[in-house]
Design a protein around this ligand. Structure first.
Ligand SMILES: [Zn+2]
Length: 271
């Protein structure tokens, strides 16, 4: 299957949707869509969300601004304020995602070219592990509170528990959740979740099959193409993977495509 040809020939709406939990923007072709950052379901535009809760959306916007400029500590303070004001457990999940990024940021400061005993490095590493430990705690907390919550739709509930289990690296529990999702809705959410799980267990052939099934329909979730490009790369189809990522980044700009292209280029340069 010529994936790039199919993707480039699909009619696109390019609707900008905002995640009401993490504030990230996802450029959608109009169907069921998953957040480009936290992967929860997204369905509303920023304008619509602002009309529903102006204060929250402004805070999420500010957090994203801080985060893009590596001001993690400022973003952290603001996120904690949001948590104080809400009972919705899904915010615990997106806060944990934020903490994982914060932890990675601290770790990225570790440098191996320093002389001496590298006390700075030890401090960054300790800080990184501490933040990561907090992220795991919030994920467990989220799962516990979701189960008690009566307001969240059962499908959204199972999908959020699935995503939390995936972030915790608990593949066994995530597989059980995947079956529960299938029992509620054997459709887009299940198929998308299956691709996430296949990616974690390095089942790249299955990701390609799953993505191709999505591509036979219009519209399809944009994130699927990222998983497809990643699986093509892992299966040695380097040229196709880069071309697809470049096309997607041009039409649906997202840092994850730039990072994937960089990873592919680094790997192929080593060969
Ligand atoms: Zn999100």
């Amino acid at each position: 299957m010529n994936h790039l040809k199919i993707v480039s020939e699909k009619p696109t709406m390019k609707k900008h949707l905002m995640c009401s939990y993490c504030g990230a923007i996802t450029i959608s072709s109009g169907g069921t869509e998953f957040c480009s950052n936290c992967e929860l379901t997204v369905k509303d535009t920023k304008t619509k969300l602002i009309s529903l809760n102006h204060t929250l959306i402004t805070s999420l916007d500010t957090i994203n601004g801080f985060y893009k400029n590596n001001k993690f500590s400022d973003a952290d303070d603001l996120y904690l304020n949001i948590l104080k004001d809400t009972d919705d457990p899904l915010f615990l999940y997106t806060y944990a995602i934020f903490l994982i990024k914060y932890s990675n940021f601290k770790l990225s400061k570790v440098s191996y070219d320093k002389e001496g005993f590298m006390e700075d490095n030890a401090n960054y590493r300790t800080a990184s592990w501490k933040i990561y430990g907090n992220a795991r705690m919030f994920l467990y907390n989220c799962i516990e509170r979701i189960e008690k919550n009566q307001e969240i739709h059962p499908l959204q509930k199972r999908f959020a528990v699935f995503l939390s289990m995936m972030k915790l690296g608990n593949i066994r529990s995530a597989s059980i959740e995947l079956e529960k999702i299938k029992g509620i809705e054997n459709g887009q959410t299940y198929n998308y979740a299956k691709i996430i799980l296949d990616s974690a267990i390095k089942n790249y052939d299955q990701i390609i099959i799953g993505s191709e099934n999505f591509l036979s329909n219009t519209p399809y979730p944009q994130n699927v193409i990222y998983y497809l490009a990643f699986a093509l790369f892992k299966n040695g189809k380097i040229r196709e993977s880069i071309k697809l990522s470049q096309f997607m980044n041009k039409n649906y700009p997202n840092l994850k495509y730039i990072e994937l292209i960089k990873t592919i280029e680094k790997t192929t340069a080593l060969d």
